[in-house]
Design a protein around this ligand. Sequence first.
Ligand SMILES: C[C@H](CCC[C@@H](C)[C@H]1CC[C@H]2[C@@H]3[C@H](O)C[C@@H]4C[C@H](O)CC[C@]4(C)[C@H]3C[C@H](O)[C@]12C)C(=O)SCCNC(=O)CCNC(=O)[C@H](O)C(C)(C)COP(=O)(O)OP(=O)(O)OC[C@H]1O[C@@H](n2cnc3c(N)ncnc32)[C@H](O)[C@@H]1OP(=O)(O)O
Length: 458
Amino acid sequence: MPTARPKPGGGPGRRPSGEPAARETQAVSTAEGPRQSTGRGGARPGTPPGRPPPEPAAGAAAGDRCLGARQAATAMALSGVRVLELAGLAPAPLCGMILADFGARVVRVDRHPYSAITSDRQGRGKRSLALNLKRPPGAAALRRLCCAADVLIEPFRHGVMEKLGLGPDVLLRDNPRLIYARLTGFGQTGKYAKSAGHDINYLALSGVLSKMGRKDENPYAPLNLLADFAGGGVMCALGIVIALYERTKSGKGQIIDASMAEGVAYLSSFLWKSQNLGMWDRPRGENVLDSGAPYYETYKTSDGKFMAVGAIEPQFYETLLKGLGLDSDELPSQLSYSDWPKMKKKFASVFAQKTQAEWCSIFDGTDACVTPVLSFDDVASHQHNKQRSSFIKNDEEEISPRPAPLLSRTPAVPSLKRDPFIGEHTEEILLEYGFTKEEIAKLYSDKVIEINKPKANL
Ligand SMILES: C[C@H](CCC[C@@H](C)[C@H]1CC[C@H]2[C@@H]3[C@H](O)C[C@@H]4C[C@H](O)CC[C@]4(C)[C@H]3C[C@H](O)[C@]12C)C(=O)SCCNC(=O)CCNC(=O)[C@H](O)C(C)(C)COP(=O)(O)OP(=O)(O)OC[C@H]1O[C@@H](n2cnc3c(N)ncnc32)[C@H](O)[C@@H]1OP(=O)(O)O
């Protein structure tokens, strides 16, 4: 087996026990931001699978003067939870990253031989095990890993795991406490269960896509945020946390059938349940929240940037008009639908007269519901985001959003280490899950696993 020395300066190393070193969170700016706690309680190797997360430190309550000192050692909310994430495209990696950010020990099971298709960009806090599931000893190894895991995240279309002999019947028989999360676009049953698809297809099937887009234009998918990430990755993480909670009472695992189409449909409950409010009676792009209204729109500024306006309530709308220097008596009423296109043109011509910074100095601190549309270049340095330390920088100077929401006692402590290389932790993970050195050597020589330790950078 290949051996390698640790990369100097390569971020927090591993303790001899295999327990991860304490994580330190580095906010992009710490100015006035909430204190970031340090330290991370990871499960020790050999922790019995399925053990419920530890109770919070005694006395860690509001007003406790020792809280600051104790918080450094407090476990994160999901510490002790062991997750196996089978490498997939965008949604499953987000799901795994959320769990890792909040303290779970997430192992990403990468494809071996390597497949570029599933190159994960959301590997924060995870370790990588490269395993060929198509080879019987590889499938058997995953089966064994699942015996000691709490959660399996599976991102393939229906039937793939069954074909590998790794369906829920098999794995839950082996480990009845396992939470088997199946994250797909169309779900495990139904006409499309076995069809390929991507975010836009799931969004379309949910009905939500039909509501999005400007007047007289085709429906428009807002990046792949809604189905993949909100309806998929986040909903699946929620399902896992719910199932983990339920397991503390029943002692039993279960199967989660997380369909992105259904996840995003569920997110759209407000649209369904507000049908009789008259908010959605008009064609796409002509309603209040779908770019029809002049007071819920973006406007270009004189320096080519944009402002976002969301002045829905009459009192906020009045404040908007005041900031724009417009007199409401000289404008049609706020809710005069037929005048909206004309009003938009008026607002656009006013916004075009000043820079984004000038508009910010007019609207910041008012209730006009007007904010700058920030670019990725500007977002981390915006004063509000700096004050809340909303963005973090890893040890490769990569900026990304800090995990949300903020939990007061047990906040997420995201890893600052670079994402794992594929197969970087194969050996240590297998050892941790009870494989012997001899078994690992055999899997390696049979080309069932890949071991890819970073070379020393001397
Ligand atoms: C819109 C988004 C998707 C956006 C993704 C893009 C941003 C990226 C996609 C490709 C990337 C590029 C590419 O990687 C090349 C470059 C790499 C470089 O590093 C970076 C630049 C790249 C250009 C890179 C750039 C970008 O990252 C990309 C362009 C979405 O909507 S994501 C949501 C997709 N839907 C789902 O996840 C729903 C559930 N899944 C599915 O329906 C299917 O999995 C899916 C997605 C349709 C794919 O179908 P596929 O036929 O490929 O897979 P499955 O049927 O599920 O079967 C999996 C097979 O793989 C075998 N397998 C799995 N694990 C292992 C293992 N460990 N060992 C061995 N074999 C394994 C499994 O047995 C299955 O085999 P069979 O087919 O034989 O049964």
